[in-house]
Design a protein around this ligand. Structure first.
Ligand code: 6PG
Length: 492
């Protein structure tokens, strides 16, 4: 084939995200080669959006690979799952040792672990990269979270960091870690996104049903919040959604069917948290809230069968309650991010990845869906102390939660009294109270487990003695001779 290697970067998959990413790369001075399985899309793209830019096209995988400079840098933006493996297989016969394949889809991180190993055996460097920010982000600066075969990083760093979003002049893109670490961090990002969205929806519900505010006034509240500690992309789009009226002049949001969809990344985060034994409760509640919303027909039946309190007319100081709600959202958000970072920390330990918390916070600061002013404070917290055991131990966040606490408790209790569900606010508060409790009732739980299943328990150090030695697994015959428990104790 006479094709000359002219392109610095190749991208497969010309859906909107793919097209926008190509345009973004081309705008930064690189020549890009575009390919799509349905090749008419390549022609259409070249004749329209790509016209006059440093973009070439290919009509076969062979031609595509021939047009790329070595080592080839190929990005796949195709549907996660089988299509990624299929494209990898079709590329392999045309690649050389050292070439780089980047998967930019929302792939499950165990798949990226597997692909990194599989391709390394063939001399190909694989990168699984989180790409966040939707169509706009892809075009003008996404947040990029690459991980995989680290040898690939020097070859893609320049392109990735020039096309990514910038926050205070710093690129929202850095090397995340080995194997599927990039996709893992993107998965947690999405889980946190689920949590943030659920918290916003609960605040909206309280403003709507608890305070009885009309939609445009709720939009005003979000507009104001977007100028304070909650300043973020998701609050901003919520404001815009609430201001948006249909042709008949009424808010479109009121007409949208209340059944939430989901593609699975939030669920993966919750499952992973369970697998690693981490109490990432807020993301879990956010996923279950979507599941509950999806049971619309059943909920309609339940709404006429099951009783609860009627929401009373609000008589107090509305503005003071709205301020409490802002604090409840802020405090719950702090808990959610603290939980997300607990999961990241545990994953690093479990999978042997060197995950850099300050740079993860920086990657999320701009370009992505969860971008916010708040992430700057998280970046600062981890920069001040990269070994910070828990985000809540940082002085800034510790004080912020302290300040938010009374408003937060007020909102959660009002939700319960009014019968308005606040699963994310409530679980965040329960987590906070559980986390700061020195003695939880798990002593009783351990006794129950030992009673019915001889699962054993350990004694509190301050109560240890020769019958109950510290650090030993102890079993008691709970139905044995009353009073003389030590006689029926044994140590495993
Ligand atoms: C992003 C988003 C993106 C995804 C949404 C949709 O970072 O740009 O996270 O990856 O489109 O998360 O996810 P659900 O359909 O599961 O809500």
């Amino acid at each position: 084939m006479a094709d000359k290697a002219v392109a610095d970067f190749g991208l497969i998959g010309l859906a909107v995200m793919g097209q926008n990413l190509i345009l973004n790369v081309a705008d930064h001075g690189f020549t890009v080669c575009a390919y799509n399985r349905t090749t008419s899309k390549v022609d259409r793209f070249l004749e329209n959006e790509a016209k006059g830019k440093s973009i070439v096209g290919a009509h076969s995988i062979e031609e595509f690979c021939a047009k790329l400079k070595r080592p080839r840098r190929i990005m796949l933006l195709v549907m996660a799952g089988k299509p990624v493996d299929q494209f990898i297989e079709s590329l392999l016969p045309h690649l050389e040792a050292g070439d780089i394949i980047i998967d930019g889809g929302n792939s499950h991180f165990p798949d990226s672990n597997r692909r990194t190993k599989y391709l390394a055996e063939k001399g190909i460097r694989f990168v699984g990269s989180g790409v966040s920010g939707g169509e706009e982000g892809a075009r003008y600066g996404p947040s990029l979270m690459p991980g995989g075969h680290e040898e690939a990083w020097p070859y893609i760093k320049d392109i990735f960091q020039s096309i990514s979003a910038k926050s205070d002049g710093e690129a929202c893109c850095d090397w995340v870690g080995d194997e599927g670490a990039g996709h893992f961090v993107k998965m947690v990002h999405n889980g946190i996104e689920y949590g943030d969205m659920q918290l916003i929806c609960e605040a909206y519900d309280i403003l709507k049903r608890g305070l009885g505010l009309p939609t445009n006034e709720i939009a005003d509240v979000f507009a104001k919040w977007n100028k304070g500690v909650l300043d973020s992309f998701l609050i901003e789009i919520t404001r815009d959604v609430l201001y948006y009226n249909d042709n008949d002049g009424t808010p479109l949001v009121d007409k949208i069917l209340d059944k939430a969809g989901q593609k699975g990344t939030g669920k993966w985060t919750a499952i992973n948290a369970l697998d690693l034994g981490m109490p990432v409760t807020l993301i879990g509640e956010a996923v279950f809230s979507r599941c509950l919303s999806a049971l619309k027909d059943e909920r309609i039946r339940a709404s006429s069968l099951l009783q609860g309190p009627a929401v009373p007319e609000f008589t107090g100081d509305k503005q003071a309650f709205i301020d409490d709600l802002e604090q409840a959202l802020y405090a719950s958000k702090i808990i959610s991010y603290a939980q997300g970072f607990m999961l990241i920390q545990e994953a690093a330990r479990e999978y042997g990845w060197k995950l850099n918390k300050p740079s993860i916070a920086l990657m999320w600061r701009g370009g992505c869906i969860i971008r916010s002013v708040f992430l700057k404070d998280i970046t600062n917290a981890y920069r001040n102390n990269p070994d910070l055991e828990n985000l809540l131990f940082d002085d800034f966040f510790n004080k912020a939660i302290q300040k938010a606490q009374s408003g937060w408790r007020n909102v959660v209790s009002k939700g319960a009294l009014w019968g308005i569900p606040t699963p994310a606010f409530s679980t965040a508060l329960s987590f906070y109270d559980g986390y700061r409790t020195r003695d939880l009732p798990a002593n009783l739980l351990q006794a129950q487990r030992d009673y019915f299943g001889a699962h054993t328990f350990r004694i509190k150090p301050e109560h240890a003695n020769e019958n109950y030695p510290e650090g030993k697994d102890i079993h008691v015959n709970w139905t044995g001779r009353g009073g003389n428990v030590s006689a029926s104790t044994y140590i495993v």
